[in-house]
Design a protein around this ligand. Structure first.
Ligand SMILES: Cc1cc2nc3c(=O)[nH]c(=O)nc-3n(C[C@H](O)[C@H](O)[C@H](O)COP(=O)(O)OP(=O)(O)OC[C@H]3O[C@@H](n4cnc5c(N)ncnc54)[C@H](O)[C@@H]3O)c2cc1C
Length: 373
């Protein structure tokens, strides 16, 4: 890996989107990943992209989400033009079922200018074959989805096209310091990679590389299990609390997800987890009871104490940056994150105030986004 301007550690959606944006902005970029590129949380995710409006968002996290919502279509067609790969992005619409816990959410949507319509349950049942559901249905025509594995394939190919050097199976183990600066990344194979700047984007594994830099923000894994059914009975994304049903449009339906911080780095499905998801699917959309289980998988979301990501400079080090901890929302936040990182590294004002995502912030009480995904 010959001395790039920016060396990125971690080739998930955050590292790869940042690499692509940085290379488009003229930087020489290398990405190393300890496994195959894009095969961890980013591959496992459901790909829900809720609506948003960055110009009217009330909080930095909603602004970041809004950037993703507004730009995902344009970035998807750019990737398709460059690589010929369709990432499956489509605005399929969604129905979110709000409960007492979500009081105030419609006001946030209204203030942000997000199109939505409060439905009666009877109206919702004319749109989708719903069974037993809790909460008040709200139609969100701007809700979109992307096929994560396809999007990652497109991103990897696009990175190659714009000259990003990609190094799968190249794990980072630590840093080499010289004169109060990071002067290299130490690889598991004993090699060192030098660069002008370093961006840590190692998802749920980021903490072990932040510790030697003097930071312990508690980025941690939060397992999520997913079941994929052969069969499709609804046409919109259905969101009920932390669970959702995502019709893929090609005869498959994704059912997600569990939220299991206690599982640590154990990335596997459990009978209980998958049974729970299947029961949820049958209850919510009864015709899915006839759909066979195609496959199931688990992924490790990069959690943080307050659920917000860490994006920006690593305090104490003038050449190290971080983009990690995107928890349940790394796909929808990937474009805003990559845009902000590129602006930061090219000396431009950032699209969002990065103080909210500072590595040394106090965990924010009630740091909620208008969507969970
Ligand atoms: C079941 C599930 C459903 C989800 N649904 C959605 C959704 O609908 N919408 C949404 O927006 N988000 C969703 N998410 C969240 C989203 O997938 C994550 O927030 C996002 O993928 C995080 O991206 P990342 O690049 O930070 O992490 P990852 O994709 O995990 O990538 C980190 C990469 O770093 C590499 N790495 C780790 N350690 C090292 C090292 N030492 N050296 C080199 N490389 C290293 C890993 O191999 C990995 O490839 C979901 C997640 C899960 C698990």
């Amino acid at each position: 890996m010959s001395h790039p301007d920016v060396a990125i550690i971690g080739g998930g959606i955050i590292g790869l989107t940042s690499a692509y944006f940085l290379a488009r902005a003229g930087a020489s970029v290398a990405v190393c990943d300890r496994g195959d590129l894009g095969r961890e949380a980013s591959w496992a995710g459901a790909g829900i992209i809720p609506p948003g409006n960055p110009d009217r968002a009330a909080t930095p996290i909603d602004k970041l989400r809004g950037i993703g919502s507004v730009r995902f279509a344009e970035v998807s067609s750019e990737l398709r033009d460059l690589t010929g790969i369709d990432n499956g992005y489509r605005r399929c619409g969604g129905i979110e079922f709000l409960t007492a816990e979500d009081a105030g959410v419609p006001d946030v949507w209204r203030a942000e200018g997000i199109a939505f319509e409060r439905l009666t349950l009877a109206d919702a049942k004319t749109l989708e074959p719903l069974g037993d559901v809790e909460g008040e249905p709200h139609l969100l025509p701007g809700c979109a989805q992307v096929r994560n594995p396809w999007h990652l394939r497109a991103l990897i190919a696009a990175c190659e096209r714009v000259g990003v050097r990609l190094h799968p199976h190249t794990g980072a183990e630590g840093w080499h310091f010289e004169g109060g600066r990071v002067s290299a990344v130490c690889l598991a194979n004993g090699d060192r990679v030098t660069a002008n700047r370093y961006l840590l984007a190692a998802g749920a594994w980021s903490e072990s590389l932040l510790r030697p830099l003097g930071h312990t923000p508690h980025v941690h894994p939060v397992r999520g299990q997913v079941a994929l059914l052969k069969g499709e009975s609804c046409s919109r994304v259905l969101m009920l609390g932390k669970r959702y049903i995502v019709p893929r449009g090609d005869g498959l339906t994704l059912i997600g997800s569990t939220e299991e911080p206690e599982a640590g780095f154990e990335k596997r499905t459990t009978d209980q987890g998958i049974e729970g998801l299947l029961a949820f699917a049958r209850r919510t959309v009864p015709p899915l009871a006839n759909a066979a289980l195609e496959t199931a998988w688990a992924g490790l979301r990069p959690g943080s104490r307050d659920g917000l990501p860490f994006i920006g400079a690593v305090p104490g080090w003038n050449n190290v940056f971080v983009a990690a901890g995107h928890f349940r929302a790394g796909v929808q936040l990937s474009i805003g994150t990559a845009q902000a990182i590129t602006e930061l590294l090219t000396g431009k004002p950032t699209c969002v105030d990065l103080q909210a995502f500072a590595l040394d912030r106090k965990p924010q009480a009630n740091a909620k986004s208008a969507f969970r995904s």
